[in-house]
Design a protein around this ligand. Structure first.
Ligand SMILES: C[C@](O)(CO)[C@H](O)COP(=O)(O)OP(=O)(O)OC[C@H]1O[C@@H](n2ccc(N)nc2=O)[C@H](O)[C@@H]1O
Ligand SMILES: Nc1ncnc2c1ncn2[C@@H]1O[C@H](COP(=O)(O)OP(=O)(O)OP(=O)(O)O)[C@@H](O)[C@H]1O
Length: 278
């Protein structure tokens, strides 16, 4: 039987960097949200472990270190299960772009294996496997609006109902931007807590502290933010994660689609995804 899951694009509605730890990792407070759309991952029976890549961003990803295969190996080892998994990844999200594509794929692989082996995806063992694969993977496993603390992997449930279904546009200027260098370029200044309470109000009152260092490394981010901010009907415009993808939330889908068309005309080389928050 062929099973399928979406690796939902991850958005940091707000991302406050509070301090740098001795291990080089940073203490964060973030508001995670997820798009309805993303990469598509399938799982079929097969010999050993394999991954067939397709889609517009499959190019740079071949190899055993793909997060889908790393996630599968970690899962099968942990539960003492034999291999026999043929994955297919339709890579639609740009790589190294701040929307957690690799993390979303790893999480989707774990959800697929959970379905096949009848294991609950929020079991503590699963969360531990997810955290070992990357700071964003536990949040991607759940793929619902949520607060993240610690490295981003200490998850606090919140009421995200008010955001669900909101019109969303993601825009990326093109060049990949690795996460590590952006954190290393953060100026070390703690600008304060991320509020608690209503999700949209929290997001609006928040910031992305990685935006200044990301813009320093990739000035095209400034142009994307400016273009989004100039659109009618936006509720929030911000960069996601460590960049370079930026997003806007809109009052309605007509405003989002008008912005999508305007950006397509003005900047045909930029990647865009018109979708909704889940
Ligand atoms: C920027 C975010 O995407 C926001 O959601 C995440 O914090 C990064 O999540 P991720 O890509 O899953 O992160 P990982 O793969 O665990 O780490 C990549 C690199 O980001 C930096 N990193 C990541 C998370 C964190 N709390 N502090 C960090 O300094 C580290 O240099 C690390 O080597
Ligand atoms: N399935 C995958 N999809 C994307 N990247 C992958 C995958 N497997 C391994 N990688 C590697 O992981 C790195 C990070 O890619 P990813 O697209 O997850 O970054 P990101 O969008 O910046 O994530 P984040 O928002 O979590 O920081 C890339 O350098 C890529 O080579």
């Amino acid at each position: 039987m062929l099973l399928a899951e979406t690796g939902h694009a991850k958005i940091n509605l707000a991302l406050h960097v509070r301090s740098r730890g001795a291990d080089g990792y940073h203490a964060l407070e973030t508001l995670f949200a997820f798009a309805e759309d993303g990469d598509r991952l399938t799982l079929a029976e097969g010999e050993g472990l394999s991954l067939d890549l397709s889609g517009p961003f499959a190019g740079p990803l071949a190899g055993d270190d793909n997060l889908v295969l790393r996630a599968a190996r970690a899962f099968l080892d942990r539960f003492g299960l034999p291999a026999g998994a043929a994955f297919g990844l339709d890579k639609r999200l740009p790589v190294a772009s701040g929307i957690g594509g690799g993390s979303a794929d790893a999480a989707a692989a774990l959800r697929l294996l959970c379905r096949r082996h009848d294991i609950h995806p929020t079991a503590p063992e699963l969360m531990a496997i997810a955290a070992s694969l990357g700071a964003d993977v536990p949040a991607c496993l759940v793929s619902r609006t949520m607060r993240g603390e610690g490295r981003g992997d200490a998850l606090v449930p919140i009421d995200g109902e008010g955001l669900s279904g909101m019109a969303l546009l993601l825009v990326n200027p093109g060049p990949p931007l690795a996460t590590g260098p952006v954190f290393r370029a953060w100026d070390g200044r703690d600008r304060g807590v991320l509020a608690r309470g209503d999700a949209l109000e929290t997001a609006l009152a928040g910031r992305n502290d990685l935006e200044p260092p990301a813009r320093m490394l990739l000035p095209a981010i400034g142009a994307v933010l400016e273009r989004l901010a100039g659109q009618a009907g936006t509720r929030l415009v911000r960069m996601s994660g460590s960049g370079a993808t930026c997003f806007a939330l809109f009052e309605d889908e007509a405003a989002r689609d008008a912005a999508d068309r305007d950006i397509a005309r003005a900047e045909p080389g930029w990647w865009r995804l018109a979708t909704r928050l889940r």
